[in-house]
Design a protein around this ligand. Structure first.
Ligand SMILES: Cc1cc2nc3c(=O)[nH]c(=O)nc-3n(C[C@H](O)[C@H](O)[C@H](O)COP(=O)(O)OP(=O)(O)OC[C@H]3O[C@@H](n4cnc5c(N)ncnc54)[C@H](O)[C@@H]3O)c2cc1C
Length: 434
């Protein structure tokens, strides 16, 4: 194993792998490694999500401009990359439904945001109940936003393809290696893997998803922030329901300031259907099972009690919402009932198989408020990406390019080339998302 690297990226999720992809074209002279604890990339959130290539209509262009732009251009990039590599991608659209008059007002706002974020007239339309019934007779709602420029993909497959390209261009992927300690030694990072062997790096990029906050804290970064983990669970719908709708259906989120979206009706890229995700508070970024949550319960609770999360967990609204999510985890029909509000034909008794759960880690500031946007932190020889949540997979390619451009501007990275990165010219991507 090479022990000395110029750049080490911690985390082989879709973001860390996408960063490595662009570096593999732009900084060819550098020795670069991606460290991933699992046996393959995209083992956690990047391979356990809804698989939607989202149009950016849910994002306020003033508050989440970069994220919205990344999602808008990410759609084109995944579509193009999928064609090039023969990967699954379907432009199958999504319906956002309003169940009452208040919801219609929100749809009108989303229509405006979507257009401000780049969607065109024929990409998105507001439909009344009557017109929607003609194309989707099983859906019960007051109105719907029909977003034609929305797609389905498979982010685990995309991340593996991006890894393959990066490896061919010289990036090392150190799989089954968990970063267990990071220390500064003679101006370099000494990174211990699996508690056993050491590698050294001049610059470290923390793209560790649900563990990114812990890694930042280890390096004395972002001490005023903390994170809370939510498990998103899915139920698989049997074949008899696969033709219930032509399009995936989301309902207007009732509490957009909290990380609790109502479960959706999902049509995946392979045509299978699922219901989910809910958002059940858990105690670890890997809290898929009871055993892991019990193990992490005490340390996480102690961390939360001395941080801003304390205010969040004593907030009445948060408690009520969390309780309803826990209920929807314990009772299948409580979860299915949330989708039956707009797809009344579904019967909980016909749904028997669970899907693959994924975990979202949301950052809370010292005032106890959920931070709505991604957090990027520059340090002298490290860079940290926190709170990289939905639609993070959609925007991963342009967002990774943005990070590299930022590191160049901060003189952390040298300008070696502005070359073609696979099918894209780097400077074109930067121009589009700037
Ligand atoms: C339920 C759910 C549904 C979603 N649906 C969508 C969707 O439909 N469309 C969309 O665009 N986005 C969606 N998202 C968001 C999207 O999945 C995430 O934004 C994205 O996957 C985050 O990628 P990441 O690379 O930052 O994190 P991750 O995928 O979590 O990757 C981080 C990696 O770091 C590794 N790691 C962590 N610590 C260490 C360590 N100490 N040593 C070595 N390795 C380490 C982990 O093993 C992991 O592989 C969804 C998220 C959730 C939770």
């Amino acid at each position: 194993m090479v022990h000395n690297f110029d750049i080490v990226i911690v985390g082989g999720g879709i973001l860390g792998t996408s960063i490595s992809y662009f570096l593999s074209y732009l900084n060819k002279s550098k020795k670069i490694a991606v460290i991933e604890q699992e046996h393959n990339v995209a083992f956690h959130t990047s391979g356990r999500n809804t698989g939607k290539v989202h149009a950016p209509y849910l994002y306020n262009p003033e508050k989440k401009k970069l994220f919205a732009k990344a999602a808008f251009h990410g759609y084109d990039m995944w579509e193009e990359y999928s064609k090039l590599r023969d990967l699954p991608f379907k432009k199958d659209g999504v319906l956002e439904v309003a169940l009452d008059q208040k919801g219609i007002k929100i749809l009108e706002k989303y229509l405006k945001w979507g257009k401000e974020n780049g969607l065109e007239e024929n990409d998105i339309e507001l439909m009344n109940q009557k017109d929607l019934k003609k194309i989707e007779p099983e859906i019960k709602c007051e109105a719907a936003l029909n977003v034609h420029r929305d797609g389905s993909g498979d982010y685990a497959i995309y991340t593996k393809a991006i890894m393959k390209d990066s490896k061919e261009n010289g990036i090392k992927f150190l799989l089954e290696n968990k970063v267990t300690q990071i220390k500064k030694e003679n101006g370099n990072w000494k990174i211990t893997l699996n508690g056993e062997h050491e590698i050294f790096a001049k610059f470290l990029i923390n793209a560790a998803g649900g563990e990114a906050m812990d890694i930042a804290h280890t390096l004395n970064v972002a001490q005023k922030l903390t994170d809370v983990h939510f498990r998103g669970e899915y139920w698989k719908a049997p074949k008899q329901y696969h033709d219930l709708t032509k399009t995936s259906v989301y309902s207007v989120p009732e509490f957009p300031d909290y990380p609790f979206l109502d479960p959706h009706w999902i049509i995946r890229v392979d045509g299978s259907c699922e219901i989910g995700p809910n958002a059940v508070p858990v105690f670890s970024p890997y809290g898929y099972s009871k055993t892991e949550n019990i193990k992490e319960f005490v340390p996480k609770l102690l961390e939360m009690l001395v941080s801003g999360a304390r205010k969040a967990i004593f907030d009445r609204q948060f408690q009520e919402l969390a309780l309803s999510e826990i209920q929807s985890s314990m009772s299948k029909s409580a979860m299915i009932d949330r989708v039956r509000r707009f797809l009344p034909k579904i019967e909980a008794s016909k749904i028997t198989e669970k899907g693959t759960a994924g975990i979202r880690s949301s950052v809370i500031d010292d005032n106890g408020k959920f931070v709505p946007d991604v957090i990027l932190i520059d340090e002298e020889s490290s860079f940290h990406i926190l709170n990289y949540n939905s639609p993070g997979a959609t925007g991963a390619l342009p967002f990774a390019a943005h990070i590299i451009n930022h590191l160049r501007e901060q003189d952390h990275l040298e300008y070696e080339s502005d070359e073609q990165c696979g099918p894209w010219k780097f400077s074109d991507i930067i121009e589009k998302i700037s």
